[in-house]
Design a protein around this ligand. Structure first.
Ligand code: 1CP
Length: 334
């Protein structure tokens, strides 16, 4: 008899603005951060995509920018604009007294995870944080940026200061993740969404080293917790990342070098990804074709099906359903 492997599936930003049930709840709760800190509502939102689509992974509903908030920076989410932070240029701009005091401000998130853990049944529960450089990027830019000029200048002209702040972010992120694990997370994902801005020495110092420290300390704390790394946009540096940072799963966008899947296979690292979320804005037939292409591309790898970045707000539910059906019907025999 042929052994059939089913490919697990979830979507980055599966709890979010493309879902009518999310939009309804959101319309009654205008303060996004408050929503993240409300365990009943946050757990309900985390479960919305599971109830609708029966996905294999539950991801905590929260945001990577709760860490700047915990560190004393002013963080707001404006309607139709995205995040707005009061820019910092020095660690003195932070109101950071101690790890414990900072984490106390966001401790409701651990309550959300405990609720989800109690309700997860056979699903996997994912906790997460931002990669330290990505978090620093938002802290220095003050929000979403097209040019990233402030962060680029900052790390060139004030390398020591940037290194000091990255150390603080790394330290708090590690403790934050440990508490997520204690509260029931089976997997943790580190979203280093702006890794692609850096090259060479800067990539080593600001991407590799902090992520290495996170992985090592988390594995030491809990060897059974699976670590998903997402150094988005890394291009050829995906290989450096895979060489240097302990990963159980590597999430890929569209920039990875073509030899990477076989390198990951040899290292026993699962591939996560990588359907382009833009494809989900197109018609159903093409969605089917593109989903199959991704499945075929990674058929020799251990694979968790996902996107190359988050679901876009205009995505049609029927296209998400189509992707799930194609993945569920796909049978591999490795
Ligand atoms: O208006 C709204 O309702 C808020 C939209 C929204 C949502 C649903 C934001 C604002 N964040 C989130 C949730 C969120 N963010 C999750 C929840 C779980 C899930 O995936 O379903 C996760 C994991 C994140 C992570 C996150 N937030 C990242 C990393 C992933 C990525 O997209 O690269 C980043 C960069 C953020 C910052 C952020 N939060 C929200 C916005 C609009 C942004 C800015 C994104 C940008 O700069 O492009």
């Amino acid at each position: 008899m042929k052994l059939v492997n089913k490919i697990p599936i979830w979507f980055m930003r599966q709890a979010g603005r493309y879902l009518p049930e999310y939009m309804e709840l959101r319309s009654k709760n205008s303060d996004f951060l408050k929503l993240c800190f409300d365990p009943d509502l946050a757990s309900e939102i985390s479960l919305q995509p599971i109830k609708r689509f029966d996905l294999d992974f539950i991801i905590l509903f929260s945001d990577i920018l709760v860490i700047p908030h915990a560190l004393g920076q002013e963080v707001k989410f404006l309607k139709n604009h995205g995040p707005l932070l009061k820019c910092i240029t020095s660690k003195r701009d932070l109101n950071y007294a101690s790890l414990n005091k900072s984490l106390d401000k966001i401790s409701n998130i651990f309550e959300t995870l405990k609720i989800l853990h109690a309700k997860k049944r056979k699903k996997n529960l994912i906790g997460f944080c931002g990669g330290p450089f990505t978090v620093l990027n938002y802290m220095v830019e003050g929000g979403t940026s097209k040019t990233h000029s402030k962060i680029k200048t900052f790390i060139k002209d004030n390398k020591n200061e940037a290194t000091d702040i990255i150390k603080i972010i790394t330290e708090i992120s590690i403790e934050y993740l440990k508490r997520q694990i204690k509260s029931g997370a089976d997997y943790i994902q580190i979203f280093e969404s702006w890794a692609g801005l850096l090259e060479k020495e800067e990539y080593i110092d600001f991407i590799i080293k902090p992520n290495q420290q996170i992985s090592e300390e988390i594995k030491e704390f809990s060897k059974n917790t699976k670590i998903i790394h997402f150094p988005r946009g890394s291009r050829k540096n995906y290989k450096t990342f895979a060489e240097e940072v302990k990963c159980d799963v590597m999430s890929l966008d569209l920039t990875y070098p073509k030899e990477l899947p076989s390198i990951l296979r040899e290292k026993g690292i699962t591939v996560q990804g990588n359907l382009d979320p833009q494809e989900l804005l197109k018609d159903g037939e093409r969605v089917e074709e593109k989903t199959k292409e991704v499945l075929d591309k990674f058929k020799k790898n251990n694979h968790i099906f996902n996107l190359s970045h988050g679901i876009l707000p205009k995505t049609k539910i029927s296209n998400i359903e189509k992707v799930i059906k194609v993945v569920r019907d796909y049978e591999t025999s490795k």
